[in-house]
Design a protein around this ligand. Structure first.
Ligand code: ZN
Length: 198
């Protein structure tokens, strides 16, 4: 049976999302046909504005709708500690755990030669610039414990070698391969508390 074109188009869009197959995509499209029009309008509005109304923090590259994110502009955060993470989701997970009161630096990925992602594709140059400022006393490497995360941590450690700053790595208590994003609060609290000075 040939579906109306708009349903077909929507299904194709859903199918492009991570983890969504053809059947799930179709189920979502059919589900939305039963949703009130005002909810659909609101959904469409959010999609249209998702990229227009968000920005990347000019200091730490976290997600924000201002020039600087809420964490960078919070004077109660300890600017002498910079926690380096791969993604926005990692910031959310660490914030939720309440284990950390410094600021962040979001790399937007990890070094992955298989996916053609090298250091130049990540926000490592701005991390080096930030670290050179006298206010930074410790850089906490909180990339994932995956192969890519470890390679990224090692690369950054070497890149910061000439700068007089304490470098530490979280991870003890964080099982190998467990992503920060999915780690539970207790594990993250432990991982920060037992971080190892490199
Ligand atoms: Zn920021």
């Amino acid at each position: 049976m040939k579906l109306p074109k708009v349903v077909e188009d929507l299904t194709n869009s859903f199918e492009k999302l991570p983890g969504i197959g053809r059947r799930s995509a179709q189920r979502l499209a059919f589900y939305l046909l039963r949703v009130p029009q005002k909810d659909l309008d609101s959904f469409a509005h959010s999609l249209t504005n998702l990229k227009k109304l968000t920005k990347i923090c000019t200091i730490c590259h976290n997600l924000t709708d201002q020039e600087q994110c809420a964490i960078c502009s919070d004077p109660s955060r300890d600017g002498s500690q910079v926690c380096v993470v791969e993604s926005f989701q990692d910031v959310l997970a660490i914030e939720k755990s309440g284990s950390y009161h410094g600021v962040y630096h979001v790399l937007h990925g990890s070094i992955s030669p298989l996916n053609n992602i090298g250091p130049d594709e990540l926000y490592i140059d701005t991390l080096i610039l930030r670290t050179k400022k006298l206010t930074v006393k410790e850089v906490i490497l909180a990339t994932n414990t995956s192969l890519e995360g470890e390679a990224t941590a090692l690369y950054i450690q070497q890149a910061l070698n000439d700068i007089k700053v304490k470098i530490s790595r979280i991870g003890r208590g964080l099982p190998t391969g467990v992503e920060i994003e999915y780690a539970d609060d207790q594990t993250l609290v432990h991982a920060f508390g037992t971080r190892k000075i490199l």
